[in-house]
Design a protein. Sequence first.
Lengths: 226, 226
Amino acid sequence: MKPATPDTPETGRGEQTKRLIVDTAVRLFRDQGYDKTTMRGIAQAAGVSVGNAYYYFPSKDHLVQQFYATVQEDAAAAVAEALAEPGPFDERLRVALTGMLETMTPYHAFAGKFIKTAVEPGSPLSPFSAESEPARERSIAVLRQVVEGATTKIDAELKPDLPELLWLGQMGITLYWVHDTSPDQAKTRLLIERAVPLIDRLVTLARMPGLKSVTREALKMYRLLK
Amino acid sequence: MKPATPDTPETGRGEQTKRLIVDTAVRLFRDQGYDKTTMRGIAQAAGVSVGNAYYYFPSKDHLVQQFYATVQEDAAAAVAEALAEPGPFDERLRVALTGMLETMTPYHAFAGKFIKTAVEPGSPLSPFSAESEPARERSIAVLRQVVEGATTKIDAELKPDLPELLWLGQMGITLYWVHDTSPDQAKTRLLIERAVPLIDRLVTLARMPGLKSVTREALKMYRLLK
DNA sequence: CCGTCTAGTTGAACACGTTCAGATAGAACG
DNA sequence: CGTTCTATCTGAACGTGTTCAACTAGACGG
């Protein structure tokens, strides 16, 4: 079935073409944005035919996803380093969120087009899709690192679900960011600056007697409906 | 400038065509869904040319918006009646949310396509856009009715912003609903059933001494960033 | 060496949303 | 009546993402 190239398992003739197309597409997306990058343009720049691109990728969106994955990976790598040493929860959360924002900033214009297909149910680009699982897990892993390395006391019942909940919050921030037309997305920065202390306080308050039952109820709902 | 028809101010030759196109489009969207309804199809069914449709509507999306507006209006009208008499907050909120859900249920498949363009920044279909203001205000008005007719005690500082906040929550529920693949969207119903008591408790708790400062901080953030 | 098979490759063709240079028609005016 | 003006209307043409029947080339078996 497979040619016998044991070390680099995916280096058939086709794999090379596939990588060539991805690289070209990512470069063009980066340089020209979504709309100006056409399938014909990608094919021509990569020196292949349009049909050949479709032999490897079912749609333009699937190429966009590759682009998205590289950005996501960059963001996660940039932040993971800064979270090596333990510290207070709020500080770590801010580092993670601002780090992500910083990495994505160059692609703000692009993100507007990206999100369009990302929210469509069943789209491979959806953050909840099976195809996005690696990128999603990568992001949640960063937030898990935020939680686990936090010196702040966190309710034991909340703790295991907190990374995923924070990830949902991050999705919300991203949604806000995409629609943020303020210069240099200043409002999103402000949102993070203000939301982080609030989240920190809520996490702290969640352990308190008066709120413990609400926390438990909310967590039950989340687990039931996710 | 305008022909002298005082009673029905918008009844020029063009207005009739415009309405004809809208009605046809809404009907086709309802019957065939988004993808199968083409601009050529709409034009043909309405007995006009494609270009003529574009004379009145800048894009297919603008026609979709009209469809959305009618559904929205139906939902608001259905609920407003049930909210005539005052009652407890949680009950009123559930009536509003389930009423909206019930009206939208027939269009669940359609909504998946709809949301795709609705989340795109700058799209006229965006729930935050200027073009959507009438529909948005209509929805918020219902939630204002929920708040104002509530016999439950609501924090005075929170009260003026609560309808808008509830509307944001409703947008979140809608987002969940669109992605809900459970039979008959049972999970969304469950979400409402569970979330309403939680919201009710949070609204009640917001007045309490321990949480008053968090509430105030959160409200400040909301007003700053909306 | 020949025949067969198949992964890889091609570009014309399709349907779509959208645009635009021009046609039409009814009113307003002299 | 003829002229002019403007709101309305037309459909061919454009560029797009996507499909598909046909072609190529290299491997494999006899």
